[in-house]
Design a protein around this ligand. Structure first.
Ligand code: FES
Ligand SMILES: [Fe+2]
Length: 427
């Protein structure tokens, strides 16, 4: 089931329960994975349950500057100690079943009728899980011998430093279940080759042909690399004559289409630039300057950016399972996990992160869950992506289909993911 040297990806990597079991044993048990945001754990005693496959991890703010993680199972008979997100009162984790008690950092502090247990050793603790933070993200790793988080993430922390993700805060948190392997979901957001087939409506304001892909350590990104969206023009696939399009309209389409990444007063700037009838070639630069001024006027530190970065998303893939565009001031991240041990189902979280305005207090948004993705309108582009998932997962089961033939350039990030997975798996 390994990826072939010529890049052919056997389909069993997406469809077989055995392959998911292998991933669980060899990969998910050894990688750093994104458990939660630091702002979800603001008070001592706050906890988040992080699940991966059939494993549940309890992540607890155990002291003002300490986050502790452990397997989420009582030492008595295994009862799960914390579910979802919540708060342990009075610095104590109490098991609901027979009321054994633990300190927030996992030490067993009280056993009811302890004298009945002749042989119980002193100093028992919940089995610990590694936890480290970067960029306001809390990561866990089930492997006690794993490399430090920053080594695992390299070179993303330096690439993303100007975005100051540690200063961002969750603005919305949505979860849904999709009928496909977790990698089908990640892959859908890790290439732009499908734009012409799946999202043709965005071609009038998206030049999808100039997107570049780059692999970075275990990770990758794509966009108009290195930094800039240099021109506003429709996709050359549309064969439009120069008279058929207008830069102001393209800018408006882009800002409208990207929705959440741009704020209401930025749309006003777009309107102003459209009305100004600027010569061709000047609209983008003017907009980038105005956007930088706007962010600065809100008290944001944009000193790490070139003006060209003001309109370019960096679409980042954090191995193994987080993908999404990062903008100056905001980011939309998708975290995708296998749904239990089912190779045909994935849990997808959507996190919108934003630099909070200095003059507005931040509060934790409600975490909303949709058991079926069809229970919500996710916006046209995402609805189109989601509608593909069942078709991909169903089609791959065909006996006449043996594996994926990836585009060597435009799907190179997807192939790279498979090769990194194989580095974790035993042959
Ligand atoms: S299972 Fe937790 S106290 Fe019995
Ligand atoms: Fe898409």
């Amino acid at each position: 089931m390994r990826v072939r040297d010529d890049g052919f990806v056997p389909k069993e990597r997406y469809t077989s329960p055995e392959f998911l079991a292998l991933e669980m044993d060899q990969m998910w048990s050894r990688v750093w994975q994104l458990a939660c945001r630091e702002e979800e754990l603001s008070e001592v005693g706050d906890y988040v349950e992080y699940t991966i496959g059939d494993q549940s991890i309890l992540v607890v703010k155990s002291a003002p500057d300490t986050i502790t993680a452990s397997y989420n199972a009582c030492l008595h008979r295994g009862t799960r100690l914390g579910e979802g997100r919540g708060h342990f009162d009075e610095g104590t984790i109490t098991c609901r079943f027979h009321a054994w008690c633990y300190s927030l950092d996992g030490r067993l502090t009280h056993v009811v009728d302890r004298d009945d247990f002749d042989e119980m050793p002193e100093g028992m603790c919940l089995p610990g899980v590694r936890v480290e933070c970067w960029g306001g993200f809390v990561y866990v790793n089930l492997d006690p011998d794993a490399e430090p988080l920053l080594d695992f993430l390299a070179p993303l922390p330096s690439l993303l430093a100007p975005y100051r993700m540690e200063d961002m805060r969750l603005r919305s948190y949505l979860t849904t279940v999709l009928p496909a392997n977790w990698k089908v979901v990640v892959d859908a957001f890790n290439e732009a080759y499908h734009v012409q087939g799946t999202h043709p409506q965005i071609l009038p304001w998206t030049d999808d042909t100039t997107i570049e892909y780059e692999q970075l350590g275990k990770h990758s990104h794509y966009g108009r690399l290195p930094n800039a969206r240099r021109v506003l023009r429709p996709s050359p696939r549309l064969n439009l004559a120069d008279d058929d399009w207008d830069e102001g309209q393209i800018l408006a389409g882009m800002v409208e289409g990207l929705g959440g990444a741009f704020l209401a007063d930025e749309r006003a700037v777009v309107q102003e630039l459209q009305d100004a009838q600027l010569p061709r070639g000047e609209v983008l630069g003017r907009y980038q300057e105005r956007r930088m001024e706007l962010l600065r006027s809100r008290g944001f530190d944009v000193s790490g950016f070139d003006v060209e970065q003001m309109t370019s998303a960096d679409d980042v893939y954090w191995f193994p399972n987080v993908v999404g565009p990062v903008y100056p001031g905001s980011a939309i991240l998708f975290r995708v996990r296998p749904n239990g041990l089912d190779p045909d189902s994935a849990i997808k979280d959507t996190w919108v992160l934003e630099w909070p305005r200095p003059d507005e207090p931040w509060t934790m948004p409600e975490h909303r869950t949709f058991e079926d993705w069809r229970d919500r309108d996710w916006g046209l582009i995402t609805n189109q992506d989601y509608a593909n998932m069942l078709e991909v997962q169903t089609g791959m089961k065909a006996r006449g289909f043996t594996g994926l033939r990836l585009n060597p350039r435009q799907e190179s990030n997807v192939l790279h993911m498979h090769r990194v997975i194989d580095e974790y798996l035993n042959p």
